[in-house]
Design a binder for this molecule. Structure first.
Ligand SMILES: Cc1ncc(COP(=O)(O)O)c(C=O)c1O
Length: 399
């Protein structure tokens, strides 16, 4: 029998990151199994049910025997629906075509396969800090040279663009942006996007714009995608998906829009990894994009109410201050007057107070001294969590 030796593992494995939220979730579930009440604000998934018409489309597809392989890039009818929806939502001229669309089991594998199609050892890769861990994990796996631009609380969690300018050059291959942003809820302004677009054209790099939270957007002004700015259509990869907008995290369906040459190559990666996404899930995706938009609007209205309640409540707790998130469903309060050890406070809040949240430093060094709360919890749960945080925090300072 073959012995199990860790030294058999490829060296690149050591360069992979992971999402800490899943570890917090496991501990929270263990506490619940012991009979403790826990409010879940650690994981980035809407607590709503998937809208009925989407579920029905999947069930009908199963009964109609849509249970076989599809092309690796996705069902042509879904790719067409995505091209149409995404072009309309982002005011694209010329519009994207089905050939620009790649589908995957969630946006995360689409990010992985797209970056894998682009990055070679030594390529310069620029992103921001704090960030969703998947980008740097993939870039470091491929041995790219990584530059992380800090996001600034004082700029409502937008990048310092002068700092960005200092870190991009002809050597830059890909810049990642994420607006609305996980973990802070920050949104880039049109001015920010225009300046990033100028840099991309000056230095000839690609922009991977992770816009998965573009449908969880609370500003009165219209959402702007960098892809719609002059000269950017052919140098932008727009990542989006169904998980957040339609409460479909467990269905695993995401997509990206990109230049055709790249779409063909990312499709080759799909072909070599998962072959294709479950067919009836793809059919449900068509129903999501072409069906009524009220469920999305309704969920967002509820998210906005929760955001307001949570941020107001956090700001009322001595030692905590929180900017107002403009998108996504995360609040990222500053806890530096209590402690800089955000992970220790997050652990304490869970163990002592039954409130599961994330330490900001799990998203990168610039997140140190902050916590991430996902407000995918009911108003009642948020009130309970706020009460518990208010009572638990003073005990932490005494330890
Ligand atoms: C910024 C960001 N991008 C992409 C994803 C991936 O979403 P999914 O793979 O569920 O489509 C997430 C999920 O948390 C995210 O926060």
């Amino acid at each position: 029998m073959l012995a199990v030796h860790e030294d058999r593992l490829a060296a690149g494995v050591a360069r992979l990151g992971s999402e800490n939220a899943f570890e917090v979730l496991a501990r929270a579930r263990a506490l619940e199994a012991q009979g403790r009440r826990v409010v879940h604000m650690e994981i980035g998934e809407p607590d709503f049910d998937t809208p009925e018409h989407i579920k029905k489309a999947a069930i009908d597809a199963l009964y109609d025997n849509h249970t076989h392989y599809t092309p690796s890039g996705g069902l042509p009818s879904l790719r067409e629906a995505i091209a149409e929806f995404a072009s309309r939502f982002r005011h694209m001229t010329p519009e994207w075509k089905a050939e620009n669309v790649v589908i995957g089991p969630g946006a995360k594998p689409v990010i992985w396969n797209t970056l894998s199609a682009l990055l070679e050892p030594g390529d310069e890769f620029v992103y921001f800090d704090p960030a969703y861990p998947a980008y740097a994990s993939c870039a470091s796996y491929h041995q790219a040279v990584i530059h992380a631009i800090p996001l600034l609380e004082a700029r409502n969690w937008r990048m310092d663009l002068n700092e960005l300018e200092r870190h991009v050059s002809e050597k830059t291959k890909v810049l990642v942006i994420n607006s609305p942003h996980n973990p802070t809820g920050g949104v880039l302004t049109k001015g920010d996007l225009e300046r990033i677009a100028q840099l991309a054209q000056r230095y000839d790099f690609l922009v991977l714009a992770d816009e998965i939270y573009s449908h969880n957007y609370y500003l009165d002004s219209e959402y702007i995608s960098i892809a719609s700015l002059p000269g950017m259509r052919d140098r932008t990869i727009v990542v989006d998906g169904f998980s957040k907008a339609y409460a479909m995290t467990g269905w695993r369906l995401g997509y990206a829009l990109m230049p055709e040459y790249l779409a063909r190559t990312v499709t080759l990666f799909n072909n070599n990894t998962f072959s294709c996404v479950a067919t009836f899930v793809q059919t449900a995706g068509i129903a999501a994009l072409t069906g009524p938009s009220e469920p999305v609007t309704r969920m967002n209205e509820i998210f906005r109410q929760r955001r307001d309640r949570l941020v107001e409540g956090l700001n009322a707790i001595p030692g905590i201050s929180c900017t107002l998130p403009e998108g996504a469903f995360y609040a990222f309060p500053n806890i530096t007057t209590i402690t800089h050890d955000d992970r220790a406070l997050a652990k304490f809040l869970l163990e002592e107070g039954g409130v599961a949240c994330g330490g900001g430093s799990s998203f990168g060094p610039a997140g140190k001294g902050y916590l991430r709360f996902s407000y995918a919890a009911s108003l009642e749960d948020i009130d309970w969590a706020l009460e518990s945080i208010a009572q638990t925090v003073p005990k932490f300072t005494k330890t």
